[in-house]
Write a protein that binds this ligand. Sequence first.
Ligand SMILES: [Zn+2]
Length: 284
Amino acid sequence: MQRAGRLFVLQYGAERVSKGLSLRGGDHGHLYWEPLTGVLVETTAGWIIFDTGMSRRHHDSAAVEQVYRGDLPPGPLPGPPWHLPPAPPADRSTWGLPGDPLVSVLQPLGLTPADLSLAVISHLHWDHTGGIETLTGAGVEVLLHADELAWGRSGRARFEEGFDAAEWSLPATRWRTVDAETEVAPGVTVLPTPGHTPGHVSLQVELAGTGTWIFAADATDLAQNLLDAVPCGSCAGGTAADEEQASASLDLLLARARASHARLVPGHDQVVWNAIRHPPGGHR
Ligand SMILES: [Zn+2]
């Protein structure tokens, strides 16, 4: 089996998300602070990043804040108190690292976006695509599932539902697409897990010391999705077939994790993310 070298877990910021978006059947009035996460893997084919968080422009945007607010009244947001570091502001629905969050998250590791050899984007929601413009400027190849790029270009991926075409319509972006499970570098495999969006993918990483890791992104936001085998609460496609795909993707992730004794990591769970934070030299 081919293996990657080191793995670093990244946090670009956090966002207020309703339990109903994360868990099918969940309460839409119950808001969690959910981390904006990424994963960085050192391989013999270079550094590979999985997901890029939200752009500075979106963190600071009144239009984006309005989408998160939905029907909520102005002022402090409702929901349970924040009890985990870092503490976000009470009066906004998102927060992020200073400056360009992608640049800021790489800086402590001594890296810049130009040092990356490939970026894998789980799906086109703006809390995952914020770094594409920076990656485009740095000439880094950006990988998506072909169905996700087609969904983005279908005209059905609407701003009000968390998609910003401006972030993935730059003429200079060096796209690479896959349409099936694909090992993109030794020990790093892109795993199609559609449903949340039509071309959503997860990332499987094989390390020598800690074994198999599977990062589920928005196929499962929270540990509760995995504990109760409940799929994501939101399917962008909006049909019964999309919901069936989301359930099948959850089943695939659970089966894959069982078979490989993997660390299966949900994409937006602050408790899990804090628990797996990497040692100074990364996970090996
Ligand atoms: Zn999403």
